[in-house]
Ligand binder design. Structure first.
Ligand code: NAD
Ligand code: IPM
Ligand code: MN
Length: 350
């Protein structure tokens, strides 16, 4: 039967709590849909850093190359600077594996509480540029003791904007036919008119596609006021980061939002993870919502060509969110394990 080799990196905080449910759910899918997963678990993260001074071994990226995909929990710990943890694990994977598309879909599920009075029908995909833009490595501090100023360069390239815009235009064409581009080109930044030009050039290659460029500040408001006006949104690295936490909140919780860090050419493994972080405020209490991680696992199955299994897993999570049990972030009382068991039950019974 088909065998998929997966690197599982649970990482820190609730990453440790939502990974086992995802592994169990994927294995249940495998039994049902005729494939097996060859899991390799890596103990990389903050604990390893405390013990060895490194989040992953020197040849960590090399080790990951042989896998078909990476399933990742989260990284970040209150006692270690975020620059250390993020540049020690997550950022090298996204960059060295050239995962330039970060796909962040959300859908509202009937009955799930949202801060909006009427969240029904929200179905949005944020496509975040994932390797350049505002998250450039160019910059630093200066002045007396490096305390006088800080500079951060945003670096956008023609090829970088073109390829993510093309991915977004393709997806938008297959969905609603409308693509929204998040921008800030009203005269201050040098980078955003450049972004606009290249997104517009790419979109022009799709005669049936309607492109709307919306200023990021107004877009943030419009997403809350008129969420159903939006379908696929393409955004730069930082704008996409912020918008994807916002869209997660629209459908009820950060605990619902999954993310695929894709290398569309498949030259390197892609990475699947929740949008949320290690959530130190609830870590260790067993109440984290595993839905985001389970949806991420479903996106991974789709990517591996196990589309029936991916759909089954997505539907099992949807049904559990709709009919319960629900976790605390959604107003319920169920633990991570109880939500996860309900999903796996549905997968086995379906
Ligand atoms: P966070 O996403 O970890 O948490 C924000 C809030 O959402 C918290 O109140 C948390 O309890 C809640 N929340 C998040 N996921 C949840 C879930 N599955 N179920 C229920 N509630 C959930 O963001 P933060 O607190 O700003 O960051 C914490 C750490 O995680 C930091 O070190 C940060 O750098 C890191 N981080 C890592 C990633 C990643 O690994 N991809 C992403 C974001 C943040
Ligand atoms: C995310 C996270 C990361 C990002 C942080 C932890 C660097 O917020 O995956 O959304 O900004 O990309
Ligand atoms: Mn984020």
């Amino acid at each position: 039967s088909r065998v998929h080799s997966i690197a599982a990196i649970a990482g820190d905080g609730i990453g440790q709590e939502v990974m086992p449910p995802a592994v169990a759910a994927v294995d249940a899918c495998g039994r049902r849909h005729g494939f097996t997963v060859d899991w390799t678990h890596y103990d990389w993260g903050s604990q390893r850093y405390r013990e060895t001074g490194y989040l992953m071994p020197e040849d960590g990226i090399e080790q990951l190359k042989r896998h078909d995909a990476i399933l990742f929990g989260a990284v970040g710990a209150p006692d270690i600077p975020d620059t250390t943890t993020l540049w020690g694990l997550l950022m090298p994977m996204r960059r060295q594996f050239n995962q330039y598309v970060n796909l962040r879909p959300v859908r509202h599920i009937a009955g799930v509480p949202s801060p909006l009075a009427d969240p029904a029908g929200i179905d949005i995909v944020v496509i975040r540029e994932n390797v350049e833009g505002e998250y450039s490595e160019v910059g630093g501090r200066g002045g007396p003791d490096g305390d006088g100023y800080a500079v951060q360069a945003s670096r956008f390239t023609r090829d970088g904007v073109t390829r993510v815009a093309a991915y977004a235009a393709e997806l938008a064409s297959r969905r609603s036919g409308t693509l929204t581009s998040a921008t800030k080109s009203n005269g201050i930044l040098h980078t955003m008119p450049f972004w606009d030009e290249h997104v517009a050039r790419v979109a022009a290659g799709y005669p049936d596609l309607k492109l709307r460029s919306v200023l990021i500040d107004a877009l943030a408001a419009a997403l809350i006021l008129r969420p159903r006006d939006f379908d696929v949104i393409v955004a730069s690295n930082l704008f996409g980061d912020i918008l994807s936490d916002l869209t997660a909140a629209l459908v009820g919780s950060l605990g619902l939002a999954a993310s695929a860090n894709l290398n569309p050419e498949r030259a390197f493994p892609s990475l699947f993870e929740p949008v949320h972080g290690s959530a130190p405020d609830i870590a260790g209490t067993g109440v984290a919502n595993p839905a985001a991680m389970l949806y991420a696992a479903a996106m991974m199955l789709d990517h591996l060509g196990e589309t029936d299994a991916g759909t089954a897993l997505t539907e099992a999570v949807d049904a559990t969110l709709r009919d319960g049990p629900r976790s605390r972030d959604l107003g319920g009382a169920a633990s991570t394990a109880e939500v996860a068991a309900a999903v796996t039950d549905r997968l086995t019974r379906a």
